[in-house]
Design a protein around this ligand. Structure first.
Ligand code: CUA
Length: 184
């Protein structure tokens, strides 16, 4: 092997190690969580907002060409939302600005993530996966305001609660959503 080859291999290996190290460090430092895909539960077809406890909610979000249901959700600050997203037709995306939430809405499956809205404000969400002619209009918003009275359904009226998953652990470090505050 020529010296030049050894040099090239050395540089490539060092770069790989650097990238891997940076990725591990950033994941731990910013509290990256991986969304959970639920495939063993029949996807819901109705959008629902349940109030689970004083400041915890469960939101079943349905995506379809070209709208989210519900498209406007009003909650008080401090609300923790267990978010379940599915699609009725094709693959859509779901991203909420200024929050650590970015999911795919997949037909036949449910994606789960937990998000906490700590501050007041209006936070738009949009479909970020091209889904046809009116993709660019597929959006909605969370309105977080003090004293808000969310439009919730009762558990009895609309189906059942879905399983809540614990956050994924990275390197034995239990990550939580503290990082959401820093992102804002
Ligand atoms: Cu739905 Cu793009």
């Amino acid at each position: 092997m020529s010296t030049l080859e050894k040099f090239a291999i050395g540089v490539a290996s060092a770069l790989l190690l650097t990238f891997f190290g940076a990725l591990t460090y950033i994941s731990a430092e910013t509290g990256v969580e991986v969304p959970t895909c639920i495939t063993d539960v029949e996807p819901f077809t109705k959008d629902t907002l349940f109030q689970v406890s004083e400041n915890e909610y469960e939101l079943h979000m349905v995506a379809r060409m070209w709208a989210f249901q519900p498209s406007e959700i009003t909650l008080p600050p401090g609300s923790k939302v267990n978010m379940y997203v599915t699609s009725q037709d094709i693959i859509h995306g779901f991203h909420v600005e200024h929050h650590n939430i970015n999911l795919m809405a997949v037909p036949g499956a449910i994606n789960y993530f937990q998000v906490e809205f700590k501050k007041e404000g209006t936070f738009d969400f949009a479909c970020h996966e091209y889904c046809g002619a009116a993709h660019h209009t597929m959006a909605g918003r969370f309105i977080i305001e003090e004293g808000a009275e969310p439009l919730t359904n009762t558990m009895e009226a609309n189906g059942e609660r879905l399983p809540i998953f614990t956050p994924v652990e990275v390197d034995g470090l239990a990550l939580n959503d503290e990082s959401i505050d820093e992102i804002q």
